[in-house]
Design a protein. Structure first.
Lengths: 113, 115
């Protein structure tokens, strides 16, 4: 079955701390895509990154970095030097073979000043 | 700004009623998908339309239906509302049929409450 698990329901950190959001996925497909989205209180899902299954290179974009490991079926997301504006719900998602996104249950991140 | 607009932002209905939710996508976005997000959960795929034809459906009953129009607007219709239909409904659009090749642009959603 295709499944995405985000075991961390809620994380609270103090501003400037680093924080890692975990994502574990299950899929039978050999070709697949993984995503991270951010959902601020306004409700819309903001695209952060897309990674395909053939590209295991880690990626860094400013304060954001992603660690994709096929061997452990994980696609973790790290925010360095967190800021209050990073407070949101973060979703990891898997694109299945019929091109629908399967989302995890989300991790609520609270960054306190 | 994603260029995807949903209306209304909030809606209250009673059980058994029918509701229509609307979405307006960017010009050129031929694919529109609808997702249901219950409180505290991740979005669940309802269905997808490409060039006005349904081309994918999630595990939702037939009382959930949709339409896509040539002017890049679309509708989600829900008949015989049930209490469990209370959720945030998200519309997402993209240029092609496969979300892998393009980003999905999401609207801010319609919060539906069924009493």
């Amino acid at each position: 079955a295709q499944k995405v698990t985000q075991a961390q329901t809620e994380i609270s950190v103090v501003e400037k701390e680093d924080v890692t959001l975990d994502c574990v996925y299950e899929t039978r497909d050999t070709t697949y895509y993984l995503f991270w989205y951010k959902q601020p209180p306004s409700g819309e899902l903001v695209f952060l990154i897309r990674r395909n299954s053939f590209d295991e290179q880690n990626e860094i974009s400013g304060r954001y970095s992603w660690n994709f490991q096929k061997s452990t079926s994980s696609f973790n997301f790290t925010i360095t030097a967190s800021q209050v504006v990073d407070s949101a719900v973060y979703f990891c998602a898997l694109l299945d073979s019929s091109y629908k996104l399967i989302f995890g249950s989300g991790t609520r991140l609270l960054v306190r000043p | 700004e994603t260029g995807v607009t949903q209306s209304p932002t909030h809606l209250i209905k009673t059980r058994g009623q029918q509701v229509t939710l609307r979405c307006s996508s960017q010009s050129g976005h031929n694919t529109v998908s609808w997702y249901q997000q219950a409180l505290g959960q991740g979005p669940q795929f309802i269905f997808q339309y490409y060039r006005e034809e349904e081309n994918g459906r999630g595990n939702f009953p037939p009382r959930f239906s949709g339409l896509q129009f040539p002017n890049y607007s679309s509708e989600l219709n829900v008949n015989a509302l049930e209490l469990d239909d209370s959720a945030l409904y998200l519309c997402a659009s993209s240029y092609g049929t496969a979300a892998a090749n393009e980003k999905l642009f999401f609207g801010s959603g319609t919060q539906l409450s069924v009493l």
